[in-house]
Design a protein around this ligand. Structure first.
Ligand code: ZN
Length: 73
């Protein structure tokens, strides 16, 4: 039996070391999504499945900011 995760996104603003990032958080799990990765999914450049496989979700703002740096700002 497969477990299907259906995120309920809530808009939030993350603040870490003076960097403010507007993104979405899943109400159920408290996971924060990377806004850049999410945008790529919305623009259909990538699939939601692909996004989940690459684990672009984080439990805290610090991890998200560090991930964002890998996108190259
Ligand atoms: Zn990302």
């Amino acid at each position: 039996m497969a477990i299907v995760w259906k995120p309920v996104w809530e808009e939030i603003t993350i603040e870490y070391e003076g960097i403010k990032v507007r993104t979405v958080m899943d109400k159920e799990t408290g996971l924060i999504a990377c806004p850049i990765c999410m945008t790529q999914v919305l623009k259909k450049k990538r699939s939601m499945k692909e996004l989940e496989d690459e684990t672009m979700f984080f439990f805290d703002g610090q991890s998200l900011i560090h991930h964002l740096a890998t996108h190259g700002t």
